[in-house]
Unconditional design. Structure first.
Length: 205
């Protein structure tokens, strides 16, 4: 792609680094910003700077938050004896959109993937174990994507948590194998939460 300006080329190059954004889409976005007034562009850049500099991770569940403790963990209306373990913040948002879950979360920050060099120590597993040791948790739900990495992580987590006197369950397999949780429709995901099954029974068949 030929550019009439080095500044334009650099800006398009930065936008094109975003996931799912190609050069043509990046060019449209940059040209759109160029057509906005200075106040709108300043507000856009300021919001990104604030996001990067001020965002926090909840000290309890590791979800993205504006404060040390996120709104979900701080809410007395949530069932704090029920923990849903997810890969990342996108999955928290997906489950919250179903309005079918009233417990709290624990964000792992990824999935075990030897091919990508990601092992158990790279995830927030130890913090989950410590959390269970210091709480009155009754049930842990594994809500991980139905992929090879998701199942590998499920197997490892079950081994780490099976000594606790808690119910360990996983979302129902209405979600197709190989499916990413964030792309599942809200009805299917909501039903998977409400019809969850014991982990050991679900994968031992």
């Amino acid at each position: 792609m030929n550019f009439s300006s080095k500044l334009l080329e650099d800006a398009v190059g930065e936008f094109a680094r975003l996931p799912g954004v190609g050069q043509k889409t990046a060019l449209r976005l940059v040209l759109h910003l160029l057509n906005q007034n200075n106040e709108d562009v300043a507000r856009f850049t300021q919001s990104l700077n604030k996001l990067k500099n001020e965002i926090q991770f909840c000290k309890t569940c590791l979800n993205i938050s504006d404060n040390e403790i996120c709104e979900i963990c701080a809410s007395p209306k949530r069932d704090h004896t029920l923990i849903c373990v997810v890969e990342d913040t996108r999955d928290v948002m997906a489950i919250e959109n179903t309005s079918q879950f009233n417990g709290v979360y624990h964000v792992l920050g990824g999935l075990i993937s030897p091919m990508d060099g990601i092992g158990p120590t790279d995830l927030e597993v130890d913090s989950l174990v410590k959390r269970l040791e210091n709480s009155e948790t009754k049930e842990v739900i594994f809500a991980l994507s139905a992929t090879m990495e998701g199942d590998t992580t499920l197997f490892y987590l079950h081994k780490r948590l099976k000594t606790f006197d808690i119910i360990i369950s996983t979302i129902a397999r209405g979600i197709a194998f190989g499916g990413e949780l964030e792309y599942v429709d809200e009805i299917t995901l909501g039903r998977s939460i409400t019809t969850r099954v014991p982990y050991t029974n679900s994968l031992s068949r």
